[in-house]
Design a protein around this ligand. Structure first.
Ligand SMILES: [Zn+2]
Length: 155
């Protein structure tokens, strides 16, 4: 076994790679598109983003509660969406047991304080992940984006 598995809710678990200590969030049950995977809340509200914060409207960023949601990795082909209005994580696609749950970070982030090189492995990979303010809008059409991001794009 190469992963240590931490049970984090009735339907999710965090896998920790024993070699790299890299953590990832996984489904422990099957989900259908539109299912609510988990609800989240704000442990803290920030006026500036940090590496782990989630942007919930034009000028507020939250530290996620429950804590383990910080281990949700980015993918350019995500299977979940963080809905910052409803404060729910929604399945975008059919999700199998054990599948990693991934989120398209720019769907909520206008500015990222640290961009990064993406290694998600998708054929659609954007390679460099940044806030939406720095991404070519033409490649965003296929993603579900939060309302505040759509408003900022239109303004
Ligand atoms: Zn990618």
């Amino acid at each position: 076994m190469t992963h240590k598995i931490h049970k984090t809710s009735d339907c999710t678990e965090v896998w920790e790679c024993l070699q790299t200590q890299h953590k990832s969030l996984h489904a422990s049950i099957v989900f259908r598109p539109g299912d609510i995977i988990i609800r989240f809340s704000a442990k803290e509200i920030l006026t500036q983003p940090n590496y782990l914060s989630l942007q919930i409207d034009r000028d507020r960023h939250i530290v996620l509660e429950p804590d383990f949601l910080q281990f949700t990795n980015h993918s350019c082909e995500p299977n979940i969406y963080f809905d910052p209005k409803a404060m729910e994580i929604i399945a975008l696609n059919p999700i199998q047991k054990q599948e990693e749950l991934t989120f398209f970070y720019p769907s909520t982030e206008w500015i990222m304080n640290r961009g990064f090189a993406c290694l998600c492995g998708s054929s659609q990979c954007l390679k460099k992940i940044q806030g939406v303010a720095q991404i070519n809008p033409n490649i965003l059409y296929k993603y579900r984006l939060s309302e505040h991001i759509k408003e900022l794009l239109a303004s």
